[in-house]
Design a binder for this molecule. Structure first.
Ligand SMILES: NC(=O)c1ccc[n+]([C@@H]2O[C@H](COP(=O)([O-])OP(=O)(O)OC[C@H]3O[C@@H](n4cnc5c(N)ncnc54)[C@H](O)[C@@H]3O)[C@@H](O)[C@H]2O)c1
Length: 265
């Protein structure tokens, strides 16, 4: 597939889709730096992957910490001398909070994790990603079906996921001459730790805003009605692996929506 030996940073990699992506990368022989706020889970994953052909270096940190982002990219430069792929998977939910109930703390955190930090990782990494010989360097950003429609979560989450698609499209166009390809993946609804992780961040708030839930796309027909449209996180890892592969070498500025058909309206 072409990831062997590729230095790849996966941001948001301790649970869910990012974790599955790290597993597939390390099993494919990649050199992975795994960034996440859940440092213990990163260490556990490293142990699990000890016999795999590639390697995984845990890098514990909060994506909202600007200095940590600079430190991480500086460390990659000093240690590996290059970066072939940047995969931004980190994301946070907003309890499906409707606009009138969104306070500044919630808005700022969701925008920081889902958009601002994606931008900051990219900006710091660009000098390492630019002007690769041969196969392009790659940026893959995980957005959401909520980046395409207005109705699958709360106001901050939906806004952030639309914004990060704009970032991906602009990067694809701006850096194509520098041999960087940027693509996005839009998950529908998936069985991950995202609700548990939301509770870790907001232990004193209800996990779902009572006024937000009824506004959820088609009354939650897909997620809540028997879970028939819930995907496994490895499906997103598969899409990311394809975008990093040699077979995707001419794909730039694209979005792969992986939702089992949920958004096919
Ligand atoms: N699960 C879904 O149904 C779904 C649907 C659409 C889009 N998405 C998006 O997919 C991506 C992956 O989500 P997931 O479902 O695998 O969830 P997840 O919570 O299992 O994974 C997200 C990872 O990001 C990390 N993270 C969150 N905030 C962080 C912070 N401040 N600093 C460092 N790391 C942080 C978490 O610790 C976790 O390891 C997210 O961008 C999410 O918005 C998920």
């Amino acid at each position: 597939m072409g990831v062997e030996g590729k230095v790849t940073l996966v941001v948001g990699s301790a649970t869910g889709m990012g974790r599955e992506t790290v597993i597939r990368l390390v099993k494919g022989g990649a050199t992975v730096i795994a960034f996440d706020i859940l440092g213990d889970k990163l260490e556990e994953l490293k142990s699990e992957l000890s016999d795999a052909p590639g390697s995984m270096e845990p890098y514990a940190g909060d994506v909202t910490d600007k200095e940590k982002i600079k430190g991480c990219i500086g460390h990659i430069k000093d240690t590996y001398g290059t970066l072939d792929n940047l995969v931004y998977v980190a994301g946070a939910l907003d309890m499906m909070t409707p606009a009138h109930a969104v306070d500044d703390e919630l808005w700022d955190y969701i925008m920081d994790v889902n958009v601002n930090s994606a931008f900051r990782f990219v900006r710091e990494a660009l000098p390492l990603l630019k002007d690769h010989e041969g196969r392009s360097a790659n940026i893959v950003i995980v957005s959401s079906l909520g980046g395409l429609v207005g109705s699958s979560s709360g106001t901050a989450y939906i806004t952030s996921k639309h914004a990060v698609l704009g970032l991906a499209r602009n990067l694809a166009w701006t850096y194509k001459e520098n041999n960087i390809h940027t693509n996005a993946v839009n998950p529908g609804s998936f069985k991950t730790a995202i609700m548990d992780n939301q509770r870790l961040r907001w232990p004193d708030r209800p996990p779902l805003h009572p006024e937000g839930v009824p506004k959820y796309y088609k009354g939650g027909a897909n997620v809540l009605n028997g879970g028939t449209m819930l995907g496994e996180p490895v499906e997103i890892a598969n899409a990311i692996m394809f975008l990093l592969s040699d077979e995707a070498g001419f794909i730039n500025g694209a979005e792969i929506t992986v939702d089992g058909g949920w958004g096919s309206f």
